[in-house]
Design a protein around this ligand. Structure first.
Ligand code: GUN
Length: 283
């Protein structure tokens, strides 16, 4: 079975649109997401465009602020401080990666925790690992939603996550653990990775290498979640971290690229923006 993140996210966005349509009467306005894009990395431009489109569909106000790649760290921090102080802004997202001369950690920490729709702020990360209320990072949250929508039972399963990034690998490992899977987080230094991945009942791949997971690395019946967004070096087309053509027949459930995890990430960003807005309305 191929699980379409595109379909599920369309359904969830339609539901959110209905909810948001009631906000002007209830709260006097709609949630406002500000996205900051530094430079013109083509992948980042494409992600930011996707976020703006989703906002329009759901009925959220979106402002995309584009800054040149040579913006100073101080100027970026000043921009964020202004947005933190702006009562009309509910969510702030700084598209990553940032140019080398800017300290990403410092920028992430500068975003008000209450407006951190990415869930990357150290206080949100700490809350996640302590199982306290927090904004969940979008991609991991989307992956759990996809698994549940596909009817995958997570509790008790052996889950292997390939990748240990702050954005995907680490938080998705934690969310799977919270769903009572037995989780192994593998990475580039893992020895005999194929032997490990063959034991996986749920395999999440977020390593950023085109078609890295091949059929010999997957056992029959495995649930395969492909987080990769790469260019196929041979065809130039978009492809995942999983060799879809080879693995599809062995997997019980698999996500395509594009149209799998990607749309769910954006969908969860919309959800997080609404959550931050509603939390503010309650305060
Ligand atoms: N770059 C790649 N993925 C993400 C994400 O989820 N959030 C942000 N801010 N930047 C990213």
């Amino acid at each position: 079975m191929i699980i379409s993140g595109k379909e599920l996210s369309a359904k969830l966005k339609a539901e959110m649109a209905e909810q948001v349509a009631l906000f002007p009467e209830k709260y006097g306005r709609v949630p406002h997401l500000v996205v900051i894009l530094v430079g013109d990395n083509p992948a980042s431009v494409s992600y930011v465009t996707g976020k703006a489109k989703a906002c329009e569909l759901v009925g959220l106000k979106n402002t995309t602020i584009r800054k040149p790649a040579d913006i100073s760290e101080a100027e970026l921090l000043e921009l964020i401080a202004g947005l933190n102080a702006d009562a009309g802004v509910d969510g702030i997202l700084v598209q990553l990666p940032l140019p080398k001369h800017i300290d990403e950690g410092r920028v992430i920490e500068a975003i008000s925790r209450e407006k951190d729709v990415d869930g990357f702020h150290p206080l949100n990360v700490a809350a996640l690992w302590q199982k306290r209320e927090c904004v969940l990072p979008c991609t991991p949250k989307g992956i759990i939603k996809l698994l549940k929508a596909a009817g995958v039972q997570i509790a008790g399963k052996r889950a292997v996550v390939i990748g240990r990034s702050n954005i995907v690998g680490l938080p998705v490992s934690k969310l799977l653990l919270d769903e009572n899977a037995t989780v192994t987080t593998a990475h580039s230094r893992t020895s005999d990775l194929p032997a490990l991945t063959r034991q996986a009942e749920i395999l999440v791949v977020a390593i950023g290498r085109p078609k890295f997971v091949t059929a010999d690395m997957v056992s029959d019946g495995t649930v395969v979640i492909d987080v990769g967004v790469n260019r196929d070096p041979e065809t130039g087309k978009l492809c995942g971290d999983v060799d879809f053509a080879g693995v599809e027949s062995k997997a019980s459930v698999i996500t395509p690229v594009p149209g799998g995890v990607g749309p769910m990430t954006i969908c969860c960003l919309m959800e997080n923006t609404i959550e931050c807005f509603l939390a503010k309305m309650k305060r």
